[in-house]
Design a protein around this ligand. Structure first.
Ligand code: ATP
Ligand code: MG
Length: 368
C-alpha cells in the first residue's frame, strides 16, 4: 500500500510525540511492506511564527491531496495575546472545516492495568468501552460570527445546523453501533433546544434503517452524570459538537490519563485527521516527559479508518497494551510503582513490542 501522510506536529509537545508516531508507522511499513511517505507542514502557533497565520494555504493544499493527516497539538501561552480569529486553535478548526471532517470518533477504553490510576472507583469503570461520535463542523462553534452588542453588554453566539449535517453524523453513529455492541445513545437537550428536537426526529427516522441497533435518548445533563456513575452502560454515544466536546473530555477520566487517548476526525470517503485528545501541554514541552501513547494510538486509528489496515492497527494497539502490562508509564500516569520512562524510552518500548523485533531494533538504534 502506497500512502501520502501529512504530518502537522504543531506546538508544545506536538513535535516530540509526532516523532514517536512516525517511528512506529515506519516500523509497521517495513513489516508489512507498505510505502508511507511523510510530508511535514506547519499549523497553529508554529505556522503563526513562520508565516503569520495559523493555517497557511500551503498546509491546506497539502492536506487536501493527502491520504490522511496526523496532527500533534496546537496552542500555548505564547500566542495568548493574539486576536481570537488568528489564534493557533483557529488553524485546527479551519483544517477540519475545509476538509469537511464532520465526524469525530473517540474510543474511550481503559487499560486494565491503569484502572487504579483513574480518580473513579475501579468497580465503576471496569469493562467500560465507549465510542463517542461527535459532530465536528457545525453548531455553536461555527455559527454566524459571534458578536458583542450594546456597548459590549450583549453577546450573541448562534447555533446553526442543516438537516443534512445532522443526518450524516447520526448515520455515522448508527454505523458505528452496528459494528460494535449495537447500542446507540443519542445525546441532546430536546426539552429546551429546537436544534435538539430536529436531532431527535432524525435519530428516530434513522432507527428504522437499523432495527438491530437499540436506541436510547438522553438529555446531555443526564448523560454527563451517567458517564461517571454507570459508564459501562454505554456503547456508542452520538451527539452534536458542543455536547460532544464536553462529554468526550469528561469520558477521558475513565481511562486514567488524557495522554492515552486517540481521536479520529473523518468524512465519508475515508480521508481523516488523527490526533491525540490532549492539548499541547506547554508546561512539559521539550522535556522528553510527554506521554506519546495517545499520538501512537491515533496513528493506529489512521491505519484502521483511512487505510483499512486492521491487522496493522491492532498490532500497534497490542504493543501499547503490552507496555502497560510490563509496568512502563510516563510521568502523567501517577502510578505507584512500575517503571517511569521518558517519551523516547516509551517509544522504544512500543517499537520493541511490535512483532517485528528485528526491524524495530534497527529503528531504535538510529533513534537514540
Ligand atoms: P487544549 O485546550 O489544547 O485542549 P488543555 O488546556 O486541555 O489544552 P493540555 O495541553 O491537554 O491542556 O494539558 C492538560 C494537562 O495535561 C497539562 O498539565 C499537561 O501537561 C498534561 N498533559 C496533556 N497531554 C499530555 C501528555 N501527552 N503527556 C503528559 N502530560 C500531558
Ligand atoms: Mg482540552
Amino acid at each position: 500500500m502506497d500512502k501520502q501522510i501529512i504530518l502537522l506536529p504543531g506546538d508544545g509537545i506536538g513535535r516530540e510525540i509526532m516523532e514517536s508516531a512516525k517511528l512506529v508507522l515506519t516500523a509497521i511499513a517495513m513489516e508489512y511492506n507498505h510505502k508511507f511517505t511523510f510530508h511535514e507542514h506547519a499549523i497553529g502557533g508554529d505556522a503563526i511564527d513562520k508565516y503569520g497565520v495559523p493555517l497557511p494555504e500551503d498546509t491546506v493544499n497539502a492536506c487536501s491531496s493527502a491520504d490522511a493527516i496526523l496532527l500533534g497539538a496546537v496552542g500555548g501561552p505564547k500566542w495568548d495575546s493574539i486576536p481570537v480569529h488568528l489564534r493557533p486553535e483557529k488553524g485546527l478548526l479551519g483544517i477540519r472545516k475545509s476538509l469537511g471532517l464532520f465526524a469525530n470518533l473517540r474510543p474511550v477504553k481503559g487499560f486494565a492495568s491503569l484502572l487504579h490510576a483513574s480518580p473513579l472507583k475501579e468497580e465503576i469503570i471496569k469493562d467500560s468501552d465507549i465510542m463517542i461520535v461527535r459532530e465536528l463542523t457545525g453548531g455553536l462553534y461555527f455559527g454566524q460570527p459571534s458578536e458583542r452588542r450594546e456597548n459590549g453588554n450583549v453577546v450573541v453566539d448562534t447555533l446553526y445546523y442543516h438537516r443534512t449535517e445532522m443526518e450524516r453524523i447520526i448515520e455515522k453513529g448508527f454505523q458505528s453501533a452496528r459494528i460494535r455492541n449495537k447500542h446507540l445513545t443519542s445525546v441532546d437537550k430536546a426539552n429546551v433546544l429546537e436544534s435538539s428536537r430536529m436531532w431527535r426526529e432524525i435519530v428516530n427516522e434513522k432507527a428504522k434503517d437499523y432495527p438491530d441497533v437499540t436506541v436510547e435518548h438522553l438529555l446531555v445533563d443526564a448523560a454527563a452524570m451517567k458517564l461517571i456513575t454507570q459508564p459501562n452502560q454505554f456503547d456508542v454515544i452520538v451527539t452534536e459538537n458542543l455536547f460532544g466536546d464536553i462529554l468526550s473530555d469528561e469520558a477521558s477520566v475513565l481511562t486514567g490519563s488524557l495522554g492515552m487517548l486517540p481521536s479520529a476526525s473523518v468524512r465519508t470517503d475515508g480521508v481523516g485527521l488523527y490526533e491525540p485528545v490532549h492539548g499541547s501541554a506547554p508546561d512539559i514541552a521539550g522535556k522528553d516527559t510527554a506521554n506519546p501513547l495517545g499520538m501512537i494510538l491515533s496513528a493506529a486509528l489512521m491505519l484502521r479508518y483511512s487505510f483499512g489496515l486492521e491487522e496493522e492497527a491492532s498490532e500497534i494497539e497490542s504493543a501499547v497494551n503490552e507496555c502497560m502490562e510490563q509496568g512502563y508509564h510516563t510521568a502523567d500516569l501517577k502510578l505507584n510503582g512500575g517503571k517511569q520512562v521518558s517519551t523516547k524510552k516509551m517509544t522504544e518500548i512500543v517499537l520493541g513490542n511490535l512483532t517485528t523485533k528485528r526491524i524495530s531494533d534497527s529503528i531504535c538504534n538510529s533513534y537514540v
